[in-house]
Design a protein around this ligand. Structure first.
Ligand SMILES: Cc1cc2nc3c(=O)[nH]c(=O)nc-3n(C[C@H](O)[C@H](O)[C@H](O)COP(=O)(O)O)c2cc1C
Length: 345
């Protein structure tokens, strides 16, 4: 796929997720089939550029191209400077967050709240395009700020006129937050009205759903967020299904054990032991969610404070899984798996 001046391996995007799509996770998703992985959002408040968190979020060492960095904020001047700063730091695509439903994003009314103020949207987009210079800028937003005001088509037109190179649309309004089901009619409508690429996002959880959304909306690509948590290989599964119409068999336990171990080592290395163990806990929880016999493993694993203990417990769990079955086996009635975040708190 041609996207913002890059030739991508496919049209599959990893959705930006604060606290999830750090460099280790983005690298892993790209390795396992994603064409683009957008970074966690970086504040446009330059006062925070020196903070450890912002520096870590701006770290792209060893990451495969294209490097897409998401920025958030409501002040056109600050957003322009943030675009310039991140391009200087190595961003190859600047993505603007107008999709986050949180009341305050980076301490200002940003994210999807901005969709209520179309003139301000135009000012921000023009400022960011100016700040990014020759680096392409993309925009992520929702279908509107509530169901009575689905102004995604207007925002998309403003984006196209402002020099935005592609848009990603989450099929919910700001008021919906994450409730209900994503709808794809508004995305299809936007796609029919603008020339720049449209990426469809929201509730895409399987290869079949990805194909359905692509066919239904005629979108140029799909973006996957929560379904990639603990299942970064979903991208190769979708890639395979779109190319052949056939499902891949579930992955081998030994392969996922290896992938996850490498991911954990990368996390420890990236965050240091204390934070690394905490971040890794969340991912281990997602990886093992729904696997046969995993609930008690997660309970025990959440109490382990060191890298050595976490790795040993993980190895033991996967060896036991491999002894039972060659391929990953999920069970439907794993109640604890319904709320892995709570377990990983
Ligand atoms: C934990 C989490 C963090 C998120 N952080 C961001 C973010 O920083 N920027 C953004 O534009 N969207 C963010 N989102 C929204 C996702 O990018 C995506 O639009 C949404 O989850 C719907 O896609 P999905 O159904 O595939 O998860 C976040 C979502 C989740 C679940």
């Amino acid at each position: 796929m041609e996207f913002a001046g890059f030739t991508l391996r496919n049209n599959l995007f990893v959705a930006p997720m604060a606290g999830v799509t750090d460099r280790p996770f983005r690298q892993l998703c790209k390795k396992l089939g994603a064409g683009v992985a957008v970074s966690e959002m970086v504040t446009s408040n330059s006062l925070l550029y020196g903070s450890a968190k912002t520096k870590r979020r701006a770290n792209h060492d060893g990451e495969a191209d294209p490097i897409s960095v998401q920025i958030a904020g409501a002040d056109p001047k600050m957003m322009e400077e943030a675009a310039r700063y991140n391009v200087d730091e190595g961003a190859q695509i600047i993505d603007i967050n107008m999709g986050c439903p949180a009341k305050k994003v980076c301490n200002v009314m940003a994210g999807s709240a901005l969709m209520q103020n179309e003139p301000l949207v135009a000012q921000i987009l023009e400022a960011v395009v100016r700040g990014a210079g020759s680096t392409p800028v993309t925009l992520k937003f929702r279908t509107g700020w509530n169901r009575e005001n689905k102004n995604a088509p207007t925002i998309a037109r403003i984006a196209q006129e402002s020099g935005i190179r592609a848009v990603a649309i989450h099929g919910r309004t700001r008021a919906d937050q994450y409730m209900g089901e994503a709808e794809y009619d508004t995305i299809a409508l936007v796609k029919s009205q603008i020339k720049i690429p449209v990426i469809a996002n929201g509730d895409i959880t399987s290869p079949q759903k990805a194909k359905f959304v692509l066919d239904y909306t005629k979108a140029d690509g799909v973006m996957i967020g929560r379904a990639a948590q603990g299942r970064p290989w979903i991208f190769r599964e979708i890639e395979h299904y779109l190319a052949t119409g056939a499902e891949m068999p579930p992955p081998k336990v030994t392969e996922i054990h290896e992938i996850m171990r490498e991911h954990l080592l990368d996390l420890y290395n990236f965050y240091g032991e204390e934070t690394g163990v905490r971040v890794a806990r969340k991912h281990i929880s997602w990886y093992t969610k729904g696997l046969v016999g995993s609930a008690s493993f997660r309970h025990a694993m959440n109490k382990l404070p060191t890298v050595a203990e976490q790795l040993a417990a993980t190895d033991e769990f996967f060896h036991a899984q491999a002894a039972e079955s060659e391929r990953l086996r999920y069970e439907e009635d794993d109640k604890d798996s319904q709320n892995p975040e709570a377990l990983a708190a």
